[in-house]
Design a protein around this ligand. Sequence first.
Ligand code: 0X9
Ligand code: ZN
Length: 428
Amino acid sequence: MKIWAIVLLTAAAVCAKHEKYIGWKSYIVQPSTLEQVKALHLLEPTLELDFLSHATTSREGVVLVKPEHQADFIAALAKLEVEYKVHAENIKEKLDYDDFLIERRNREIRARNGRSLPYDNYQTLEAIDAYLDEIAAKYPDTVTLVEPAKSFEGRTIKYLKISTTNFEDDSKPVIFIDGGIHSREWISPPTVTYAIHKLTEDVTDPDLLDNFDWIILPIVNPDGYKYSHDTDRFWRKTRSTDQHTLGFFCPGVDGNRNYDFAWNTAGTSNNPCTEIFAGSKPLSEIETQVVAEIMKTYLPRMTLYLTMHSFGSMILYPWGHDGSLSQQALALHTVGINMAEAIHERALPNFPRYQVGNSALVIQYAAAGAAEDYAHSLGVPLSYTYELPGLSRDMWGFHLDPAYIPQVCEETWAGIIVGARRSRELFG
Ligand code: 0X9
Ligand code: ZN
């Protein structure tokens, strides 16, 4: 009797996964004018649209739409004369299929290699944390595990410092890479953990160890990441509930609107129930405070900061709050191009080519309080947001098939290598 109850409850829980997304659809939208891009953004609050990738005049976007708004959304697109087509008819089905792909890949990799790692599949928070612990234990001469704080819900935020000189050689440039601030962007943490792998377990470019100190933080927002795995696949924000009176109904702050530069001045919302809520004040979130603290601590030596997001195949640089150019614009642009070229040399022909440029100009909307702007405002000369390649088009699942994770990790690492070396040449 008891066993049957457990079996039934487990089956119900499995089927219940992604239930929220029954009836939701995603659409590919392709605006052809800047007016259309702006008009699409204006629809966001009223139709509760969720842009998973940015629609620009040169690149289509993907937007999630709730069942109750689909008719109005299509009517609005028709009125605006924006081209569109359905991307996923049945989001829940696609997400179930993604889960199947992940499980299947885990099984195949385990059968082949004994275990599946953070850079060859989408992994749980626990698996990624365990990998960081393991690398720190295995390479005590070069790796230090740092646990600077607990997340809002009490999870340990972890990062690795990698250095052949224990961070004591002040002549070495510091490279800081983070990921997972937007929890649903699951391709981000694998690219960041792959950098750890290439600086410890598989060192093919020793100059990167000899000449640099590294700070690598794969998951800035562990609460959101866990929530995106266990409860809501499209969770983007933190999980804090102390930012406003509706905290328990609409938890979370958009970490990439929460940094202390031109905070809440563009592309943000004061409505805590939106995806772009900036928080009650700059750096209100412990997760962004951790990142800010790292930047400030290593500032004089930090020549390159990269924050990994998805989707869109873009390398974006400041200033994203208003589209103006910084004094380092030339260096930012040339190094951005150098990184993109290195990626293209290793990219698959069917992957989109990277676009490089000022954040607000490339994605055609300004957004304030982002990490790459904040780092640059503190004085990090080369500071970029990577929008990694991502959404599957004409594929069975919804997200990038996990079979492509190694490809994305390898090509992104090629970009990181070039970014690090160029940052040393220019600012080391
Ligand atoms: O909107 C964002 O936070 C980033 N795109 S995402 O789809 N990953 O959410 C882009 C941030 C661009 N940088 C600035 N606006 N400074
Ligand atoms: Zn993001």
